[in-house]
Design a binder for this molecule. Structure first.
Ligand SMILES: Cc1cc2nc3c(=O)[nH]c(=O)nc-3n(C[C@H](O)[C@H](O)[C@H](O)COP(=O)(O)OP(=O)(O)OC[C@H]3O[C@@H](n4cnc5c(N)ncnc54)[C@H](O)[C@@H]3O)c2cc1C
Length: 403
């Protein structure tokens, strides 16, 4: 693997740097580690970045993107971070939902939704997880039935990032419970301002509300709200999650901490002379650097036409472990007051991120099965109609049968 920019990438980097130097003063301050209490200034900034070709870099040019690869998106992100500029807050929309609509949406959906999404004039959220279906995403019970002028949605989602600021959502719902659980699902676009949609922000330990509960109570959707074929929503959802892995890889270079941040945080502290402290800081530096190079290798493979593999999961587990370890070390050294500041916030947020985008255990299972060749987990519900599964039946209004 050649870690130097290709001539084309060097040219892209130079152009990005030049634009950023000329416009950096227009950037809002980078959002605190993970959230923006008011996304408006970040969306205005996103519109400028989109015009400059620095956001949606991997989107095809016909949909307003730069038509380049994930390595170029990483270059843009790195240059923005290096100049102290904000990155975008609608990263789920740009990194995952837009590419899913590009892959599965109708021409009308692409015309209608993609440009406002890219320019930040319409916010989006991902309506997949439910109270009883996260790791086991195919166990969702939110129902879509034929009715009104098309479809009627009833159910609940949870953990929905930025739903309180979203105009649209990409929603996975069960359309046919008589099919096995991975089938009989369909993807929809939902207008988040439609009657019957209720969004309740969830307050986290940091005081911020990064995600929400979302309730659907007889929400009517038009016939053409489906994204991809009816009852084939699982394939659409898997595409979204594949783009999520790609986005994780492209972000591994500028996660909310760098190993040197931890060192700088205690540069004048006598604790830095302690051999154990030095040892932990060295471990974090080695681990994070190793993960960044793993990400570069994976991105090189993607640029050559590969698909994102389990490296993203490995990267996510490793970065979170390192972030928790570093923030823990600093709060121990600096004392309880440190919990009030950025280290406390990092510590709390990182614990939560163990779940987001796949839990540690699920990612380890994937690495075990796909990389180490370990036997797969038993899947007793394979091929069984969803309505006959324990819980699946009760939640779908049918008589429960123990499978
Ligand atoms: C910050 C954040 C943002 C998020 N944003 C969104 C969003 O925008 N949209 C969205 O749809 N979702 C979102 N999520 C939800 C996320 O996808 C889920 O949290 C994740 O899929 C895990 O599901 P769960 O929380 O229901 O945990 P569960 O699946 O209930 O897991 C609970 C525990 O059991 C373990 N476990 C479960 N199954 C197994 C198994 N087979 N083997 C071993 N251990 C297992 C898990 O590892 C975990 O420790 C977000 C989550 C976070 C934390």
């Amino acid at each position: 693997m050649d870690l130097n920019d290709t001539p084309e990438q060097a040219e892209f980097r130079a152009r990005a740097r030049e634009w950023i130097a000329a416009h950096a003063a227009e950037s809002p301050p980078p959002a605190t580690h993970f959230h923006a209490a008011d996304p408006a200034p970040y969306r205005e900034w996103q519109a400028k970045l989109a015009k400059a070709g620095l956001v949606g870099v991997t989107w095809p040019a016909e949909f307003g993107g730069a038509g380049l690869g994930p390595a170029e998106q990483m270059i843009a992100n790195t240059e923005l971070a290096a100049a102290g500029c904000a990155t975008i807050v609608d990263h789920i929309a740009i990194g995952e939902l837009g590419p899913t609509i590009i892959a599965y949406g109708s021409d009308e959906q692409k015309d209608r939704y993609l440009a406002p999404m890219l320019e930040g004039s319409a916010g989006w959220c991902q309506l997949f997880s439910e109270p009883a279906a996260g790791s086991d995403l195919a166990g969702i019970v939110t129902k879509a039935r034929r009715g009104g002028d098309g479809w009627v949605i009833d159910g609940q989602k949870v953990w929905t990032t930025m739903a309180q600021f979203a105009d649209f959502g990409l929603l996975l719902a069960r359309t046919d419970p008589s099919l096995p659980k991975h089938r009989g699902l369909t993807m929809f676009v939902v207008d988040m301002h439609a009657p019957g949609v209720t969004v309740r922000p969830l307050r986290q330990i940091t005081g911020a509300s990064g995600f929400n509960e979302v309730f659907f109570d007889g929400v009517e959707l038009p016939e053409d709200a489906t994204v991809g074929p009816v009852d084939a929503g699982w394939q659409v959802a898997m595409t979204t999650l594949m783009f999520e892995r790609m986005a994780v890889l492209a972000a591994l270079d500028q996660m909310p901490f760098a190993p040197e941040d931890f060192v700088m945080g205690v540069l004048d502290h006598p604790g830095l002379d302690d051999g154990r402290v030095k040892q932990v800081l060295a471990e974090i530096t080695a681990e994070v650097t190793g993960l960044q190079f793993t990400a570069y290798r994976a991105l090189s493979a993607l640029g050559a036409g590969g698909i994102p593999g389990p490296e993203a999961g490995l990267g996510k587990i490793g970065l979170i472990e390192s972030g928790v370890k570093g923030a823990q070390l600093l709060t121990e050294l600096l004392g309880p007051d440190a919990l009030e500041g950025e280290w406390g916030e990092l510590l709390c947020e990182m614990q939560g991120l163990r779940s987001g985008g796949g839990t540690d255990e699920i990612l380890r299972n994937t690495i075990g099965e796909r990389v180490l060749g370990l036997p797969p987990e038993p899947r007793v519900d394979k091929g069984v109609p969803f309505e006959q599964l324990v819980g699946g039946a009760a939640r779908n209004g049918a008589e429960e049968v123990v499978a």
